[in-house]
Write a protein that binds this ligand. Structure first.
Ligand code: HGY
Ligand code: MN
Ligand code: MN
Length: 444
């Protein structure tokens, strides 16, 4: 591994940590099931607290359950923090989240052991509940730190079994009654660095080991609730039915239709080189894509001889601009009204997330690129269509992300995989970037 400095991360130690962590919440098929609040989440928290302490860092669990480990600096300056999250989607993969947390640990521990005299406090964080969870609040830890979630919202949150978030956070070591003072500013954090798997296949296709993230997509989520009428599956005539499942299914296919219509318009615009096509919509700008997904879908009563009376599902929309996301949501709303009227069902919609896209900081991205160049590690820029904790940290201080390739572009599934060589390259860049940022003589 090329390295411009004498201090080097230990990829073998990283791998050993990664093997340990992958076993916590592991599934028989090679994935992990470690959603926020699960037994595995709690076990991994204990593992991290132990390991961070062993590395000689000062450990702190804040009121929302974020786990911090910091080594003091020589100067009274805002800190440099590296990290990510340790929870997983239900039945997800081993790499999404822990790679960034363990890389942070490796970089900071390496500097600590080398006797590096950091000017700024250097530390790591593992954020609480980055992924969607039964409380329907994702990126919970980073959003709270950024002041984007209120105590009132958090205290009101309950899961489908009426369990309070307050209890789940207490089990994770936090305390929702002590949120005052949790909010951080650029006076606390000078810079935040997050290493993450790409979760797509652009880096693999480009044949480069790392990607410097230029920005993170906006994410919008709503809960759609369709209320029809449960009735006998044999005796109710077709014309008398108010089938919530059929309305929900038509809406789900409608989401795909709206996307396909956009796609064909875009291809036509690109093929015809239409001069009037908006500049933002171009085949060469994948970051300008907009995507939508129905990812959770339930019906009730869910019995073979009852017409479904209730159907609830989520619609998630992602894109590089809030206006494109909102215009797609409006198109979906029009469709919902039409289908509701045609099928005689009630459709209600509730927005549960409306997160704007966020650009990464220029100083941090320039430093990441310069560090990669200094070590002759091929890298390229890319925009993230996955959401990350760095989005929220970027709202109040300098944030940057580094991506490593996902083999076959697989993520949020057990097949998630990244080559350790690529992670070793990323560790070297992160370490070099941390040193360069620590040496910068600029204020937050
Ligand atoms: O949903 C996301 O994009 C992220 O992986 N949490
Ligand atoms: Mn994820
Ligand atoms: Mn993640």
């Amino acid at each position: 591994m090329p390295e411009s400095r004498t201090i080097q991360c230990d990829i073998k130690r990283f791998m050993s940590h990664f093997t340990d962590v992958s076993q916590i919440g592991s599934t028989a098929d090679g994935g992990v099931n470690r959603p926020f609040g699960s037994e595995a989440d709690l076990q991994l928290r204990a593992w991290l607290i132990q390991r961070i302490g062993d590395a000689g860092l000062q450990v702190k669990v804040d009121a929302i359950g974020n786990i911090w480990g910091v080594m003091a600096g020589s100067d009274p300056l805002p800190a440099i923090i590296l990290g990510s999250h340790h929870d997983s989607v239900p039945f997800g993969g081993r790499f999404d989240g822990p790679v960034g947390v363990l890389a942070a640990l490796e970089v900071v521990q390496t500097l600590q052991e080398a006797g590096y005299r950091n000017r700024r406090p250097l530390g790591i964080v593992s954020f609480t509940a980055e992924e969607p969870n039964p409380f329907d609040i994702s990126t919970m830890g980073s959003r709270t730190v950024a002041g984007r979630l209120t105590a009132q919202q958090l205290l009101a949150a309950r899961d489908g079994n009426d369990r309070s978030l307050e209890l789940a956070i207490a089990q994770a070591g936090g305390d929702l009654r002590k949120l005052s003072g949790i909010r951080k500013t650029d006076q606390d954090l000078f810079a935040f660095l997050e290493l993450h798997i790409e979760q797509g296949r652009r880096l693999e296709s480009a044949g480069v080991a790392v990607g410097v993230v230029t920005g993170i997509c906006g994410i919008y989520r709503e809960l759609v609730s369709v209320t029809g009428e449960a009735n006998h599956a044999g005796t109710t005539r077709l014309t008398d039915r108010r089938d919530a499942l059929l309305a929900g299914s038509e809406l789900t296919l409608g989401v795909e239709r709206l996307l396909l219509d956009r796609l064909s318009w875009r291809s036509r615009a690109a093929n015809n080189r239409e001069e009037n096509a908006p500049a933002a919509i171009s085949r060469d700008s994948p970051e300008e894509e907009l995507i939508a997904t129905v990812g959770r879908f339930t019906i009730a009563p869910n019995a073979p001889n009852i017409i479904p009376g209730q159907c609830d599902f989520t619609v998630e929309i992602r894109g590089a601009s809030s206006s494109a996301i909102h215009s797609f949501a409006a198109e979906f709303g029009t469709l919902a009204k039409r289908i509701g009227a045609a099928r005689g069902v009630q459709i209600s919609r509730r927005v549960i997330l409306d997160q704007a896209p966020e650009a990464m900081d220029g100083t941090v991205t320039d430093t990441l690129r310069a560090a990669a160049a200094a070590m002759h590690i091929p890298c390229c820029d890319l925009f993230s269509m996955a959401g990350h904790d760095a989005t929220h940290i970027a709202s109040f201080t300098k944030a940057g992300m580094l991506f490593v390739p996902s083999i076959g572009g697989k993520s949020h599934c057990k097949e998630e995989e990244t080559r350790m060589d690529d992670i070793a390259s990323a560790l070297a860049i992160l370490l070099e970037t941390t040193l360069r940022l620590d040496g910068l003589d600029i204020d937050a």
